[in-house]
Design a protein around this ligand. Structure first.
Ligand code: GLU
Length: 461
C-alpha cells in the first residue's frame, strides 16, 4: 500500500510551498488508495511553539487535506531514536567519536586551506587506528557511511541521481548530549511509519543519499523519492514574505477560497493537458508524480485571482453571503443595515476577484460614504446639474426597479440633450463614492430609495 507523509517543521505558519508539498503527497496517497501521514518535525524547540504547530493544523484543515494517521511528533519519539542508535552501536553501523569541537575545527580549517571540502576524516571509525580515548570528552555518535560505491536513486521528479560515497562523511546521528540529529530522526520515522514515497521539497536532495545509506544499514526498505522544485515569486526570485502572502492562512485572510488555492497549487509544477480548472476528484484521478516538472514553478498572482473569482462565481451568491457578512461584521458593519446581501453579491461578483474585494465594493451599501468633492467636480458639469436635480425629484416617486429607474434616467437625458456618462458618472460618485460601478440603474435600485435620496440631497444641495 502507498504511504506518503507530510513532515513540516513548524515555523509559525504553513508556507504555500509546504502546502503544495502536502497537497501532492496527499493526492498521491488518495490516487492510489493509500494512506497519508502527518508528522510534525518539532525538534527545534525554539521555533516549534504550540502556536506554530497549531498554524500547521489550521492550514491543513483550511485546505481540506485530511491525514489518515498522526499527527506524530518527533519530540515524543526520542526514546525510539535512542533505542535505534543503541542497536546501531551494537551492530557496528554507528560508532562513538571522541573528537573535540576544537579538533574538528582545526581539521576543517586545514582542509579549507588546502582547497578541500571540509569533512570528517573518519579517525574514530571502528577499524581505524584510533587515537587514545580522551577521558573528559562525551562522544558524538557517527553513522559509519560506506566509503566506496555510489548511492543511486531514481527520483520520481528529477530522474536518476547519483552521489559517490566518497562525497559523504560519517554523519553525526547523536550529539554529545545524546539527542538524535535531524536526518536520523527522519530516517527512523520514514522506516517506522512504513513510508513508501517520500515527497518533499528539493532542498532535501542533499540529505537523501545519507538517509538511504542509514536506511540500508538498518535493513529497512528504501522508499521512492520525489523532490519537488521550489516555488518562485511573480518576479522569478525565491518566494518569500516580500512577495506578499506566503502563509496559507494569509490567503484566507486576504479573501481567497480554499478551493481556488488548492486548484492553484495543483498547477504549480504539475499539469494535465491544458486544464486550468478542475475539481479535487479530477485532480486525484489525474495526479501523477511523473508529470511534475523538475524545474522551478513560478507564482502567478493574476492566475490565482482569476481562479478565485471562478470559484466565487461557482459558489453562488447564497453561499457567499455568510462569508461576506462575516467579513463586514469583522469591520463592525452590520450586513442587515443595507440591501439584501445576496442581491448585492450577484451584482458585484463579476467585478471582484476576492472576498475582500467584494466586501470592499459593497461597503457603500452598508455604511456611509464619504463624499469626494474633488472627484464629483471632475464628473459633474454645470450643464448636467439641472438634469441631476430633476432625476433626484423623479426618484421620489418612480417605481423602484432597475428597469423603471433606467427608463426615467434615459428620458431625462434625452430631454436635456445629455449623454449617459454626464449623469451616470456623477451619480456613481455621489451615491457610492466611486467612478467605477456596475450599471447605474442597477446600483440605484440596489441601494434603495431612502439612501439614494439622502445621498443625492447631501451632495446636490
Ligand atoms: N521537516 C522538513 C521540512 O519542513 C521536511 C523533511 C522531509 O520531508 O523529509 O522541510
Amino acid at each position: 500500500m502507498i504511504r506518503t507523509r507530510f513532515a513540516p517543521s513548524p515555523t509559525g505558519f504553513l508556507h504555500i510551498g509546504g502546502a503544495r508539498t502536502a497537497l501532492f503527497a496527499w493526492a498521491y496517497a488518495r490516487r492510489h488508495g493509500g494512506r497519508f501521514i502527518l508528522r510534525i518535525e518539532d525538534t527545534d524547540i525554539e521555533r516549534s511553539t504550540p502556536e506554530a504547530v497549531q498554524a500547521i493544523f489550521d492550514g491543513m484543515t483550511w485546505l481540506g487535506l485530511e491525514h489518515d494517521e498522526g499527527p506524530f511528533f518527533q519530540m515524543q519519539r526520542m526514546e525510539r531514536y535512542k533505542a535505534v542508535i543503541k542497536e546501531m552501536l551494537a551492530a557496528g553501523t554507528a560508532y562513538p567519536c571522541y573528537m573535540s569541537p576544537a579538533e574538528l575545527e582545526a581539521l576543517r580549517e586545514g582542509q579549507r586551506a588546502r582547497g578541500e571540502k571540509p569533512r570528517y576524516d573518519g579517525r574514530w571509525r571502528p577499524e581505524a587506528d584510533k587515537p587514545e580515548c580522551p577521558p573528559d570528552i562525551k562522544p558524538v555518535i557517527r553513522f559509519k557511511n560506506p566509503q566506496d560505491g555510489v548511492v543511486v536513486w531514481n527520483d520520481l521528479v528529477k530522474g536518476k541521481i547519483e552521489i559517490a560515497n566518497s562525497e559523504l562523511d560519517d554523519l553525526v546521528i547523536a550529539r554529545a548530549d545524546g539527542t538524535p540529529t535531524y536526518n536520523f530522526c527522519v530516517v527512523v520515522d520514514d522506516w517506522d511509519m512504513g513510508i513508501t514515497h517520500v515527497i518533499r521539497g528539493d532542498d532535501h536532495v542533499n540529505n537523501t543519499p545519507r538517509q538511504i545509506n542509514i536506511l540500508r544499514a538498518l535493513g529497512a526498505a528504501v522508499p521512492e523519492y520525489a523532490h519537488l522544485s521550489m516555488i518562485l515569486g511573480d518576479d522569478g526570485t525565491k518566494l518569500s514574505k516580500r512577495h506578499g502572502a506566503v502563509s496559507v492562512m494569509q490567503f484566507d485572510a486576504d479573501g481567497f477560497l480554499p478551493e481556488a488555492v488548492i486548484n492553484y497549487l495543483a498547477r504549480l509544477g504539475w499539469s494535465h493537458g491544458d486544464d486550468e480548472i478542475f475539481t479535487l476528484e479530477q485532480f486525484i484521478a489525474w495526479f501523477d508524480l511523473t508529470s511534475v516538472i523538475p524545474s522551478a514553478a513560478q507564482f502567478n498572482t493574476e492566475k490565482l485571482l482569476w481562479l478565485n473569482q471562478h470559484y466565487m462565481k461557482k459558489m453562488g451568491a447564497s453561499a457567499l453571503a455568510p462569508k461576506i457578512a462575516e467579513r463586514l461584521r469583522f469591520q463592525n458593519i452590520n450586513p442587515e443595515s443595507g440591501p439584501d446581501l445576496e442581491a448585492a453579491i450577484s451584482l458585484y461578483v463579476e467585478r471582484c476577484h476576492t472576498l475582500n474585494a467584494l466586501r470592499d465594493a459593497l461597503l457603500p451599501f452598508y455604511s456611509e460614504v464619504t463624499p469626494d468633492a474633488a472627484l464629483l467636480a471632475q464628473y459633474l458639469s454645470d450643464a448636467a446639474r439641472p438634469a441631476l436635480s430633476e432625476f433626484a425629484a423623479a426618484l421620489e416617486t418612480v417605481e423602484w426597479s432597475a428597469a423603471a429607474i433606467g427608463a426615467t434616467l434615459k428620458d431625462i437625458l434625452k430631454r436635456h440633450g445629455l449623454k449617459m456618462p454626464q449623469l451616470a458618472m456623477p451619480l456613481r460618485v455621489i451615491l457610492l463614492g466611486a467612478a467605477e460601478t456596475p450599471s447605474v440603474d442597477a446600483v440605484i435600485a440596489l441601494l434603495g430609495r431612502e439612501r439614494v435620496l439622502t445621498r443625492l440631497a447631501s451632495m446636490t444641495g
